[in-house]
Ligand binder design. Sequence first.
Ligand SMILES: Nc1ncnc2c1ncn2[C@@H]1O[C@H](COP(=O)(O)OP(=O)(O)OP(=O)(O)O)[C@@H](O)[C@H]1O
Length: 195
Amino acid sequence: MGAIDTLAKGAMDSSKKKRKRNRDKSKTPKPPKNEEEVQVDDLKHDARSFEALPISKPSMDAIKDMKFEYMTQIQARSIPPLLEGKDVLGAARTGSGKTLAFLVPAVELLFNIRFTPRNGTGVIVICPTRELAIQTHAVAKDLLKYHSQTLGLVIGGAARRGEAERIAKGVNLLVATPGRLLDHLQNTRALCIKI
Ligand SMILES: Nc1ncnc2c1ncn2[C@@H]1O[C@H](COP(=O)(O)OP(=O)(O)OP(=O)(O)O)[C@@H](O)[C@H]1O
């Protein structure tokens, strides 16, 4: 066998090996399509502290009161772009800190455009269950501790009339379940939404 033949066989061997390697690869389970999603799902804290964020003093003081120093992964990945006015579609496992991930930018938005009760509602958080709405409302209450912006909760099973009265006084950030929100949108004239 000549030198050229040997080279050709070597090339054939290596291409056979490559095909075999590729066949083997196709047998192993594929990694998740979007690896970033897996990282965001991580419960570990991000190295970035809340102090590094360009947020208002009232929000920062409230976060300090909550005793949080470092952002979780979902917070570090979503708060900065949201503060820049970008849209974010986020997903992370339960207990990863999603609530502050969207509430901090929402509160900052209301603060920066100086929303007052007279301006009506500027942010609506729609939660699928009453429990989640109550939980979200509690976090929003803590975050708004040093802000002048107003907060409201409208959920099925609660007194509709009391909710309507509070809405009439001006609720800047409204946490709601879908059915009751629709009810107020259709029947509470005082509900004024500016988005
Ligand atoms: N940066 C942080 N550092 C430490 N703890 C935090 C931080 N952010 C939130 N937490 C705490 O982590 C817990 C879970 O937060 P949160 O309820 O926002 O998670 P979640 O992802 O919205 O969960 P769920 O999907 O169940 O609603 C809460 O007790 C909250 O106070």
